[in-house]
Design a protein around this ligand. Structure first.
Ligand code: SF4
Length: 317
């Protein structure tokens, strides 16, 4: 009896383990596919690039490094990877964690030690948010390091949800329709910054980093709170996601489907120069049509086609 029970237990355990493995493989494939697609779509990495992967010790940058190392092995092009961590001398920063991890996985790396923590504490009054100065200092140091290392690309670990949050932050608080680009020229003009996790969801990254058990370094060592407005936007998006499944995906699709002629920015579209034309205009006016509110392009196409049919029927011959 007891033998029967334990063999049943063992098969339940085996089934659970196989399911877990299956789910992990699916997750890993999805993340790898999303990173590969983003790299291809935006031309992030080219032959003979040296990619400096910025590693903070958080889940996002560990995941980015892990996937880039995999893609490096199978990519049809050659590129090098160097991981860089900036030790900002925050109290309690576990200095040994990243070098040990990087040695273990056998990747080239550099730890840059700069006491930005003291500068920030010195310059920013107690109780005020320190992130903006801290990020500016960090950015400057990372650009300098990229130059020293001869890196041609600087990879940052921002993901899809960071991009959407930034989009809403800029819209709500900055009056700008602007997100985090997947690829940009650094503000000093000297470097190309890439975000290979642009198509990856934070949920997938959390699950992956837990499954792989990256040695995560807590991100609150500096004692600063995460930007309150960002937290509010995050909560808003999470709430929408629960109540309206698919809305986040739809919003991210929207960021990739911009119609400047249907916004209100005179700098982006020459409204004053609009003239009538002989034929139909690409991206022309469908202002009198019912909005379809769908992200399915086939459905949108079908709506357009049926609209054309209606026009054909009623048009006098
Ligand atoms: S949370 Fe701390 S380390 Fe991170 S950007 Fe803000 S001040 Fe800098």
């Amino acid at each position: 009896m007891s033998l029967g029970t334990s063999s049943a237990d063992a098969s339940v355990l085996n089934a659970a383990q196989s399911k877990q493995k299956y789910n992990f493989n699916k997750l890993q494939k999805r993340l790898r596919r999303n990173v590969g697609k983003a790299i291809g779509d935006f031309g992030m990495i080219e032959n003979n690039d040296k990619v400096m992967v910025c590693l903070s010790g958080g889940k996002d940058s560990y995941t980015m490094l892990d996937i880039l190392l995999f893609l490096k092995k199978i990519a049809p092009i050659h590129f090098d990877i160097v991981a860089v961590n900036l030790d900002q001398k925050q109290p309690g920063f576990p200095e040994h964690v990243l070098p040990e991890y990087l040695e273990r996985i056998g990747v080239d790396y550099k730890i840059v030690e700069e006491d930005t923590y003291s500068i920030v504490k010195d310059k920013i009054p107690e109780g005020k948010t320190t992130c903006s100065l801290c990020s500016r200092l960090r950015r400057g140091i990372l650009y300098r390091t990229a130059k020293e290392l001869g890196a041609t690309k600087i990879a940052l670990g921002h993901h899809r949800d960071d991009m959407l949050e930034t989009f809403f932050l800029n819209m709500f608080h900055g009056g700008k329709l602007k997100s985090m680009p997947p690829k940009l020229v650094s503000d000093n003009g000297e470097h190309i910054v890439i975000r290979p996790l642009a198509y990856c969801t934070e949920k997938d990254i959390v699950k992956y980093s837990q499954a792989v058990e990256f040695p995560i370094i807590p991100c609150n060592l500096c004692g600063s709170q995460e930007n309150l407005q960002r937290q509010n936007i995050k909560a808003m998006l999470q709430d929408w996601n629960k109540r309206f499944p698919g809305r986040i995906e739809s919003m991210f699709s929207a960021l990739q489907n911009v119609a400047p002629s249907h916004l209100v920015d005179n700098n982006l579209y020459d409204f004053k120069g609009i003239t009538t034309q002989d034929g139909p205009v690409e991206d022309g006016d469908i202002g009198f049509d019912q909005p379809s509110f769908t992200t399915n392009s086939n459905a949108a196409l079908a709506t357009e086609e049926s609209a054309i049919e209606v026009v054909n029927i009623v048009e006098p011959k």
